[in-house]
Design a protein around this ligand. Structure first.
Ligand code: 5RP
Length: 291
């Protein structure tokens, strides 16, 4: 085992230096992967911009009918056309998402409990069910720094990568934020890197000060969660800063579906992520589309 007593903080992140391995493919870290992997990743990350707006609405698997997700048919189905990818559970996918949507699916592939929240992940979906659902990625959570759950969730990610890679299905590692975990670049950098080192092809984490180091040191694309609902302009600033600091997009939930106008908000987020418009322009767009 490596000597953890001499664990030195990384200092040289090559900020401002483009990833030298990304010449051949638009998704970071995917240049060496097989055709099936590249095809699925290209359904999620737009080949022209290299970015993605993923719409996360898996919250009900631990939160039940939380605000904005009471009726997926009414709340989420109208947003599908504006999202690049849908992140949800198999229950919602089968019951409520029209099967003729051509949007790629990032399937929530582990389980949580309402008691211990999602840090209790120790279940992985049957790979055959993920194949039947024709998913483009599988999402699994990692609870780094959570003594009671870290090993279990790392094992779960390992299992997911072993199974999914047999069928060229990418895996997205989702970094948890527990009560004891600091929300800083050191923590998110550690958690993101551990996801990637254990085989995740995409990492979902949170934006923080120093995020450029988190993104630079992660060898696969990082998308950010939106977190709790913010005023729309602040949420658009979050998207702008994240992409500017190296995120390959967002996997956002509450800041879209809890917005006063979710259809306007997802389009504004899309324009910030893919067109690089400023948060101010994005907010104007949001206001215009909300009328
Ligand atoms: C954590 C997730 C959720 O989908 C995530 O929290 C995204 O949603 P939000 O933008 O509302 O934070 O992956 O398990």
């Amino acid at each position: 085992m490596a000597d953890l007593d001499d664990l030195r903080e990384g200092v040289n992140f090559g900020l401002g230096v483009a990833d030298t391995q990304r010449r051949s493919f638009h998704v970071k870290g995917a240049g060496n992967l097989a055709w099936g992997m590249k095809d699925r990743l290209s359904r999620i990350f737009n080949p022209k911009t290299g970015k993605a707006v993923m719409l996360a609405f898996d919250h009900g698997f631990i939160m039940g009918p939380t605000s904005g997700l009471e009726r997926i048919d009414l709340n989420i189905v109208p947003l599908i056309e504006y999202a690049d990818c849908l992140m949800c559970t198999r229950g919602i996918l089968r019951s409520t998402i029209p099967a003729d949507t051509t949007k790629p699916i990032c399937l929530r592939s582990d389980a949580g409990t309402s008691v211990l929240t999602e840090l209790n992940d120790n279940v992985l979906i049957d790979i055959e069910d993920a194949i039947r659902l024709n998913v483009s990625a599988m999402a699994v959570m990692l609870a780094i720094g959570e003594e009671a759950h870290e090993a279990q969730t790392v094992a779960n990610l390992y299992r997911a990568v072993d199974l999914a890679s047999r069928y060229d299905i990418p895996v997205m590692g989702v970094t948890a934020v527990g009560k004891q975990m600091a929300r800083d670049a050191r923590y998110f950098g550690l958690a993101s890197r551990i996801c990637a080192e254990n085989g995740a092809n995409i990492v979902k984490t949170y934006y923080c000060e120093g995020f450029e180091k988190v993104a630079a040191a992660c060898p696969v694309p990082v998308v950010i969660a939106g977190g709790k609902k913010l005023p729309e302009k602040e949420a658009l600033e979050l998207c702008y800063k994240a992409v500017n600091d190296g995120a390959a997009g967002v996997d956002m939930g509450r800041n879209v579906f809890q917005s006063s106008s979710p259809v306007a908000m997802i389009q504004a987020v899309h324009a910030v992520v893919h067109q690089g418009i400023t948060p101010e322009q994005g907010y104007e767009l949001f206001l215009d589309l909300s009328k």
